[in-house]
Design a protein around this ligand. Structure first.
Ligand code: AMP
Ligand code: ZN
Length: 114
């Protein structure tokens, strides 16, 4: 079993409700959804956070956002709108140290978040 939860899900070793199984990216439903659509979009390769992923600069971050948009369309929330969130570090509320985009939609969202 890998140390990293999302490496384990990406490898199919830890169960998840997968909505997209791509070459470089996997997406699955959040186990504790905060909105009618709450999907985590994750690169298969381990990068600790979005800043580290951006620094790699091989197009993977672009692909991650593009994939989130495709999932939003598949979930029927592209027109009503959605939120993409990357929590980063302790004060950012990051609890899993493998970069993941939260794709949230299906209800109006307040700003600022609590
Ligand atoms: P963050 O707090 O930004 O690091 O987000 C981690 C997210 O992972 C939280 O929204 C959790 O509900 C979610 N999560 C934790 N364990 C699992 C799991 N086994 N399958 C799916 N989502 C999970
Ligand atoms: Zn990982």
């Amino acid at each position: 079993m890998p140390d990293c939860l999302f490496c384990g899900i990406a490898a199919g070793q830890i169960p998840a409700t997968v909505v997209l199984d791509g070459k470089r990216i996997v997406a699955f439903r959040d186990i504790n959804p905060q909105a009618p659509t709450h999907v985590l979009v994750v690169p298969r390769d381990h990068h600790p956070n979005v800043g580290a992923l951006a620094a790699v600069g091989d197009g993977l971050l672009d692909e991650l956002i593009g994939t989130a948009r495709e999932i939003a369309a598949a979930e029927g929330i592209e027109d009503t709108g959605y939120r993409i969130v990357f929590n980063t570090g302790q004060d950012g509320g990051q609890t899993v140290g493998h970069v993941h985009a939260h794709l949230l939609g299906g209800r109006p969202m307040a700003w600022p978040p609590g």
